[in-house]
Ligand binder design. Structure first.
Ligand code: ADP
Ligand code: MG
Length: 257
């Protein structure tokens, strides 16, 4: 059974400068516990697609089928991580993680226990009573990840979550995410504009091209798990990367630059 089905989806924004066709006829099926990455150049509609999947915005045409039913409003079965951690500065690490649990009125003791376990899982044990401004960017993003997982959603949507971090922290967090995904068994949709990151994390890479945003290619990533950094130097990895690079810059009806 599919977890998410994106069915003939288009999105046009009405802005002051006119209409922007952000997505054009997107069709994609995402399986239970699958790790899918969306990759493409800036402006190709990645964030728009993620927001439609999370029901944060409505599509202009088409629909999202979530657990076999049309998705009409945001569901607690989804957790979201954005590029910026957007933590509340006056709250401790633990209280930031607990925020969705409060909003959803979950059992306090149980939520606290899960928050502590998640913080431990991301290496933040002992930082529960600290405040966000005492943490590095990587640590803040780990807190945001725990917050997205606190209510145990089965889907995790991530919009360039590591893009603002330095390259080493970024790699480290990528592997950490894979470890968490292995423990927690989530369906992950992960947006990035980094081709290596997209390949290294994914079961499938969805390569998007711009103007209007469309799926240019879907690649099955046939690399063993657990993934390692060395895999980037294999011929297979390089051929995936070449193929993605060739299609994402192609315009509708045109050829690669
Ligand atoms: N709220 C909005 N109003 C008008 N245009 C928008 C809005 N959000 C995004 N866009 C436009 O839609 C296109 C896709 O944007 P976006 O989904 O943010 O792309 P990406 O995340 O791949 O960089 C871009 O041309 C962008 O300028
Ligand atoms: Mg974006």
């Amino acid at each position: 059974m599919d977890k998410i089905r994106i069915d003939s989806l288009s999105k046009t924004y009405a802005s002051k400068v006119g209409r922007v066709r952000a997505l054009e006829n997107i069709n994609l099926t995402i399986g239970h516990n699958e790790f899918v990455t969306l990759v493409g150049p800036s402006g190709c509609g990645k964030s728009t697609l993620l927001k439609v999947i999370g029901a944060l915005i409505k599509p202009s045409r088409g629909r999202i089928i979530f657990d076999e039913a049309p998705l009409l409003k945001p569901t607690a079965d989804v957790g979201i991580v954005f590029q910026e951690p957007v933590l509340l500065l006056w709250r401790t690490v633990l209280d930031n993680v607990l925020l969705p649990a409060e909003i959803l009125r979950l059992d306090k003791a149980k939520a606290k226990k899960r928050a502590m376990a998640l913080l431990k899982l991301v290496g933040l044990e002992g930082f529960e009573t600290r405040h966000p401004d005492e943490l590095s960017g990587g640590m803040q993003q780990r807190v945001a990840l725990c917050r997205a997982l606190i209510h145990d959603p089965s889907v995790l949507l991530m919009d360039e979550p590591f893009a603002a971090l330095d390259p080493m922290t970024r790699e480290e967090l990528g592997f950490e995410l894979l470890r968490i995904w292995d423990v927690e068994k989530k369906t992950v949709v992960f947006v990035t504009h980094s081709i290596p990151e997209a390949i290294l994390l994914a079961d499938r890479v969805v390569a998007m091209s711009p103007r209007p945003g469309a799926i240019a290619r879907i690649l099955d990533i046939d690399l063993a798990r657990p993934r390692t950094l060395d895999m980037q130097f294999t011929d297979k990895f390089k051929s995936y990367s070449d193929e993605i690079r060739a299609v994402i810059h192609r315009r509708a009806g045109g050829s690669a630059p």
